[in-house]
Design a binder for this molecule. Structure first.
Ligand SMILES: Cc1cc2nc3c(=O)[nH]c(=O)nc-3n(C[C@H](O)[C@H](O)[C@H](O)COP(=O)(O)O)c2cc1C
Length: 164
């Protein structure tokens, strides 16, 4: 069975909830495990087919902790060729979560990963570059994150089937 790791930063729990919602969608199709930045099982992540990174939006960007982890830890994970995705939470609509996602996806590309958005072409809910949820009512974004998890897992599966 294909394996997907979700690695997130979270200070007040919102992004952790979004990570859990994504894992619920993935688990309908693949194995999923969730790790906070301070507790990443590097050996497990090395065996994964896909990695999804999540960050709160800080100053319309990713957090300094996530940036530092991407620079120091992620290069040790052998991520080249794996599928990558990204999500973010924010306090305000237009608070900059898309910028945070774009930076995460760019870091993934620099490490040689293939990146996946969740796919506008799948129709509703349209996910342009990755899912975003608002901190004041993150529970209302449950279905968006679940659908994203499902789509990401389907893409991992499709790549695995084509390479067999
Ligand atoms: C230092 C700091 C900077 C923030 N900057 C932004 C921002 O630029 N835009 C925004 O919408 N929310 C901003 N927020 C709010 C968080 O992105 C939002 O509450 C997020 O969902 C928190 O995630 P967490 O509960 O996983 O820590 C900021 C919060 C902090 C603490």
């Amino acid at each position: 069975m294909q394996k997907i790791a979700i690695i997130y930063d979270s200070r007040t729990g919102t992004t952790a909830k979004a990570a859990k919602y994504i894992s619920e969608g993935i688990k309908e199709i693949c194995e999923a495990k969730i790790f906070s930045l301070s507790d990443v099982d590097m050996d497990y992540v090395k065996t994964c087919d896909g990695i999804i990174l999540g960050s709160p939006t800080y100053f319309a960007s990713l957090t300094a902790n996530m940036k530092a982890w991407m620079e120091a830890e992620a290069p040790q994970l052998g991520l080249a060729g794996k599928l990558g995705g990204a999500f973010a939470t924010e306090q305000y609509i237009h608070g900059g979560a898309e910028s945070a996602i774009q930076i995460l996806l760019t870091h993934e590309m620099v490490l040689g990963m293939m990146v996946y958005s969740g796919g506008g072409s799948h129709g509703t809910p349209v996910i342009h570059i990755g899912p975003v949820g608002l901190s004041q009512n993150i529970e209302d974004f449950w279905d968006l994150f679940v659908v994203y998890g499902k789509r990401f897992a389907m893409q991992v599966l499709s790549i695995a089937e084509k390479s067999n």
